[in-house]
Ligand binder design. Structure first.
Ligand code: NAD
Ligand code: G6P
Ligand code: MN
Length: 444
């Protein structure tokens, strides 16, 4: 086996690509790389990121071969890992996913509720296309997918590519665990061992310990009870944290009250307090607008500047520290490390009183043969009820996509806790369908 990996980043034009490249370059001692390729279906967008990354790679690791292409054969040939973060429809469509529901007084969000359902209907085809390119040109490769909405995409790959080597992942628990570790006075989330169950963006921690086995839950609970997942520096009004995320981490305090024996994923706020989300959202200027005006603008202007001056000296692009779990993941497969990680996998009894065909988020041991989920046992009625409803939304969206079924998509919408009634669900469906004509399969 070649110890040094070849990687293709699918969605090379993503706002997250430079941060991930910097993170890969920062971890070469743990995870050697011989080649990085970018693949995107939008040449112009990817090329701007690629021109900057070419400069950065030349300066930091000139031995790595670098290629950016829109040709699938060139992109997917001779690769060990496909790191996929595509956004079918770009931010223009995210904006519609968020704004259309808000017109009806319903939460407009990237992965939750009607917005997430609309995005799911766009993403499935794009992600499957990438799986198929990988299997055609590099049949031994693994796909590490974090394209959203991960829950729906994961269900689609389980249904339609059951034997493919795909691992679906999310960085939200990583971000929350970083905060828990700080609240508990630890240096890193890697000093903790956790138990967790749920669906993607819909889960709960049930046990958090340090490496000596000491229970950290009481200390974390005290913190969350008072501050949610906010940390000292944010409470003092740091200039550098994004307002929208500060609100989300603070809101965890209220979400936590629903079941103080567990720690919630931040995304549950959309399901428990949708009225608050609607109330503090400007329907003319949503998260998509914020991201376009901040992250997207910054990444592209900085990439263009780096390419122009032809050096990375003084660059303001930052290593995506959160994304180091992607290196942990790739390493675990490549070097059979059997690291314990939270992944989105078929349940198969890991949650014993829950649908065995559901795609669940649970801790797994990850090695060269893929993930081995760890049993989380029986879950309480409260979470079970919520998850059964939510997983039905996700399964119905995938069925609607496969069958082209208007009826099933309508049912998916009405099952979402965020949608108030069947009539609103139908109006939403009709308007989202119209807006997504170029992306969704035809519905009958
Ligand atoms: P972005 O729009 O900046 O980048 C996405 C890129 O994908 C674009 O360059 C676009 O041209 C490309 N693309 C779209 N369809 C494609 C296709 N069919 N084939 C190839 N390329 C295609 O978006 P972003 O904000 O950087 O996010 C990228 C993705 O990563 C999103 O799905 C986002 O939700 C996801 N994400 C997930 C997590 C997680 O926790 N799982 C974390 C961060 C981001
Ligand atoms: C978290 C989630 C991702 C999501 C991202 C959105 O990282 O885990 O799934 O894509 O937040 O962030 P944004 O800044 O684009 O709203
Ligand atoms: Mn996520």
């Amino acid at each position: 086996m070649n110890q040094s990996s070849s990687i293709v980043i699918a969605g090379g034009g993503s706002t997250f690509t430079p941060g991930i490249v910097l993170m890969l370059l920062d971890n070469l001692d743990r995870f050697p790389i011989r080649q990085i390729k970018f693949y995107d279906n939008l040449y112009e967008r990817q090329q701007q990121v690629a021109d900057a990354c070419e400069v950065i790679i030349r300066e930091k690791a000139p031995e790595i071969q670098f290629v950016a292409t829109t040709d699938p054969e060139e992109a997917f040939t001779d690769v060990d890992f496909v790191m996929a973060h595509i956004r079918v429809g770009l931010y223009a469509m995210r904006e519609k996913d968020e704004k259309i529901p808000l017109k009806y007084g319903v939460v407009g969000q990237e992965t939750c509720g009607p917005g997430g359902i609309a995005y799911g209907m766009r993403s499935i085809g794009g992600v499957l296309e990438i799986v198929d390119y990988m299997e055609k040109y590099s049949p031994d490769a693994w796909m590490l997918n974090y394209s959203n909405p991960a829950a729906i995409v994961a269900e689609a790959t389980r249904r339609l590519r059951p034997n493919s080597k795909i691992i679906n992942i999310c960085d939200m628990p990583i971000g929350i665990e970083d905060r828990m570790a700080k609240a508990a006075g630890l240096a890193s989330r890697k000093d903790m061992e956790i138990r967790y169950f749920g669906l993607n963006h819909f889960g709960w921690w049930t046990d958090i310990r340090d490496k000596q086995g000491n229970d950290l839950m009481p200390k974390i609970r005290e913190h969350v009870k008072q501050h949610g997942y906010l940390l000292e520096e944010e409470m003092e009004g740091s200039q550098h944290s994004d307002e929208s995320w500060v609100q989300t981490f603070g809101k965890a305090k209220e979400v936590f009250e629903l079941d103080p024996t567990t720690m919630p994923n931040t995304y549950l706020k959309y399901y428990f307090f949708p009225q608050d989300e609607v109330a503090h959202t400007n329907p003319e200027y949503t998260r998509a607008n914020q991201v376009m005006a901040s992250r997207e603008k910054h990444v592209f202007s900085e990439c263009n500047r780096i390419a122009h001056v032809n050096t990375s000296d003084g660059m303001t692009l930052e290593i995506d520290e959160h994304a180091s779990y992607i290196v942990d993941l790739a390493r675990a497969i490549k070097f059979n490390t059997h690291e314990r990680m939270l992944l989105i996998v078929p349940n198969n009894g890991a949650i014993s009183n829950f649908d065995e065909t559901a795609m669940v988020e649970v801790p797994c041991i990850l090695g060269a043969n893929g993930p081995e989920p760890l049993t989380q046992g029986k879950i309480p009625q409260f979470q079970k009820g919520l998850m059964e409803q939510q997983v039905s939304v996700e399964k119905l969206v995938v069925e609607a996509w496969i069958e082209g079924s208007y009826q099933k998509l309508w049912q998916a919408l009405i099952l979402s806790r965020i949608v108030p009634d069947a009539r609103t669900a139908k109006q939403l469906l009709d308007e989202l369908y119209e807006a997504n004509k170029d992306f969704w399969p035809e519905l009958n």
